[in-house]
Design a protein around this ligand. Structure first.
Ligand code: UDP
Length: 462
């Protein structure tokens, strides 16, 4: 129930349906509105996707009416209430589930719905966990959890993550909250999620094996083999209209941004987007904006909820385009005018950047984004970091943004090398989902494994 989870899960539903199974998506009314137009054409074309709604008890827990997604919370302090409301969906979910025909043989659930483990046990079906992270960050996280090396260092002192094929250095300040709890308020909620993950019947990961091969192997070892890499899920959106409708409905502004891109030179534009829930402070937004401006490159910047500055808009007119609402991200990334992607390194954006064949400018903000940055800049070699300054507490500086943009467009050997690697990765991503590709085979295996588990549980109960 946040865009970064909802969007790939809807893509996953489409992918599974494309492999011939019946998929029921269970969501809440306002979340359904966000993705319905994106799947309508799939349903019309014959894919067996059914959508069911449960009323979200927002008001019952003290949230404003209509608050059904993390991106509409009045403040961070309401997260606990949000999780409480989500846990109240268990009973209506089970009532709905028992009426579904044909009776489902599996529950696939995101991490925020820990209670689906209990529901799955009640209905004697496997509960598969859909992980929002890649295998690289999941492996790093696990290595830190078991070694605890990060617990003996100060906030900005760097340490090496042990037991990895690459030398990955991080600081405590860069770690996600589950490894570095800033506030104790959500510890119990987080513990429930971790417990649910560890007893789930397998994990679906939105990645493809060729992208992070050594880490997929490592993660499979950690999870005793029950890992299916079936991505990149965004590739199930093939037509322009499907790409445009992904995540939210198409708006006028979206059409205008594509028209603006059409007017730009090939490979010239920096596309800058920091995800669906922008955590930047006002002063950080200013640094990013001034860095983009100083780069002297055309840029398309998704500035959701940012302060408006008339002067800035006047200065960048013609050279910069601001999207103040929702960007049709995968459509933009596939546009020939875009030459680089400046991202906060959320896992979906990281993967979408990899699939687009673009070099990446990394600007991580929170969660496992600093770990994803290491994957891009050190393991894949397709990106450059804006370099968040640690002295003043991980802040972005306009010079850092400008320098990273200059480096990424550099026409020397290193720049060429990054662009070549990025293009190769995009080709591998495309191949992974084609018939016979690694993700294609893994989806077939997943469906087969679920059927096997389902048959054995029917036999056990008869
Ligand atoms: N997204 C989009 N338009 C926007 C912002 C985000 O389509 O204006 C999509 C993006 O393509 C990705 C998801 O929203 O699929 C964001 O997920 P990610 O993991 O990158 O970051 P989060 O928002 O969870 O921090």
């Amino acid at each position: 129930m946040s865009p970064g989870h909802l969007i790939p899960m809807v893509d996953l539903a489409k992918l599974l349906a494309q492999h011939g199974v019946i998929v029921s998506i269970i969501s809440t009314p306002l979340n359904t509105i966000r993705f319905k137009s994106g799947i309508d054409s799939s349903i019309k074309s014959g894919l067996q996707i059914r959508v069911h709604e449960l009323k979200f008890p927002a008001v019952q827990v003290g949230l404003p009416e209509g608050c059904e997604n993390m991106d509409s919370l009045p403040s961070r302090d309401s997260i606990r209430d949000f999780f409480l409301a989500a846990s109240m969906l268990q009973k209506p979910f089970e009532e709905l589930f028992s009426d579904l025909k044909p009776s489902p043989c599996c529950i696939i659930s995101g991490k925020n719905m820990a209670w689906t483990v209990d529901s799955a046990r009640k209905f004697r079906v496997p509960r598969i966990f859909f992980d929002g992270m890649g295998c690289f960050s999941a492996t790093c996280t696990q290595k830190l959890q078991s070694s605890k090396v990060h617990e003996n260092v100060s906030k900005f002192e760097s340490f090496v993550v042990p037991g990895l094929p690459h030398r990955i250095e991080l600081t405590k300040a860069q770690l996600p909250e589950n490894l570095n709890p800033g506030s104790p308020d959500l510890v119990d909620v987080r513990n429930k999620m971790v417990a649910a993950e560890s007893i789930s019947d397998g994990i679906i990961v939105n990645t493809f094996e060729e992208l992070e091969l050594e880490y997929v192997k490592e993660f499979k070892k950690i999870k005793s083999g029950k890992v299916w890499c079936i991505g990149p899920v965004s590739a199930c959106n093939k037509s322009e209209s499907e790409k445009a409708a992904r995540g939210k409905n198409v708006s006028l502004e979206q059409n205008q941004c594509i028209k603006w891109l059409d007017l730009q030179e090939p490979n010239s534009v920096v596309y800058a987007s920091l995800g669906s829930i922008c955590g930047l402070t006002c002063s950080q937004l200013v640094e990013l904006g001034l860095g983009l401006e100083a780069s002297n490159r055309p840029f398309l910047w998704v500035l959701r909820g940012g302060e408006k500055s008339k002067k800035f808009e006047e200065r960048i007119q013609g050279r910069g385009f601001l999207i103040k609402g929702w960007s049709p991200q995968i459509l933009v990334l596939s546009h020939p005018s875009v030459g680089a992607f400046l991202t906060h390194c959320g896992w979906n954006s990281t993967l979408e950047g990899c699939c687009s064949g673009l070099p990446i400018i990394t600007c991580p903000l929170f969660a496992e984004q600093f770990i994803n940055e290491k994957l891009i800049t050190q393991v894949l070699g397709t990106g450059v970091s804006v370099g968040m300054e640690e002295k003043s507490g991980l802040v972005m500086k306009r010079e850092g943004v400008k320098n990273a943009i200059e480096t990424i467009f550099d026409e020397g050997v290193e720049g060429e090398d990054r662009r070549r690697k990025a293009k190769e990765i995009a080709k591998m991503a495309k191949r992974a989902l084609e018939e016979g590709g690694s993700s294609y085979i893994n989806i077939e295996t997943l469906i087969h494994d679920i059927m096997q588990q389902s048959l054995s549980s029917v036999e056990a109960s008869s």
